[in-house]
Design a protein around this ligand. Structure first.
Ligand code: SF4
Ligand code: SF4
Ligand code: SF4
Length: 158
């Protein structure tokens, strides 16, 4: 059965939308254009692309970060991924949860050390704890900080 793309969205029933590969067109257009061929998955050198529950490609930052190499875009014959000058690859950025080890008095700087953009700084909070903070303007959403966190305290949110 072929489903209307809007119905597919509805069927997700409140689940957060998967993060599409970089430079994906708007979600409804993406679902119309992508034919689920899997070419982007097969050609990502970082191996961070998986299929979602309907077979569409999504980024799995649990496997690593995106280098913005553009290989997935080049392989997309359906114009579901379109790199345009001046258009950022996506909008999401890193967020940190209460699970961060620093909040429990265990020093950790792993995510900050992984960030090539220097977008994570560690500053004392009012309670005296030194927690990771995002310099949002510097974060490109590459996700390199997520997989390296030993307690899964990093996620990517739009
Ligand atoms: S830009 Fe490169 S590293 Fe990022 S998802 Fe596409 S193929 Fe993978
Ligand atoms: S890697 Fe995880 S535990 Fe370590 S500072 Fe970053 S968010 Fe906290
Ligand atoms: S998503 Fe990338 S740029 Fe943003 S804080 Fe994490 S490592 Fe740095």
């Amino acid at each position: 059965m072929i489903m209307n793309p809007n119905r597919r969205l509805f069927l997700r029933g409140g689940k957060p939308l998967p993060i599409r590969p970089p430079w994906a067109v708007e979600e409804n257009d993406f679902l119309k254009r992508c034919n689920r061929c899997g070419a982007c998955l097969a050609h990502c050198p970082q191996r961070i692309l998986d299929s979602d529950w309907l077979g569409y490609p999504m980024v799995n930052f649990g496997k690593g970060g995106c280098t913005f190499c553009g290989a997935c875009v080049q392989e997309c014959s359906e114009q579901a991924l379109v790199m345009q000058s001046g258009v950022p690859p996506w909008q999401h950025k890193a967020v940190f949860s209460e699970a961060c080890l620093n909040g429990q008095g265990i020093p950790c700087r792993t995510c900050g050390e992984q960030c090539d953009s220097s977008a994570i700084i560690f500053q004392p909070s009012p309670g005296g704890r030194i927690l990771p903070q995002l310099v949002a303007a510097e974060c490109n959403g590459c996700g390199a900080c997520q997989a390296v966190c030993p307690v899964q305290a990093v996620s990517m949110l739009a």
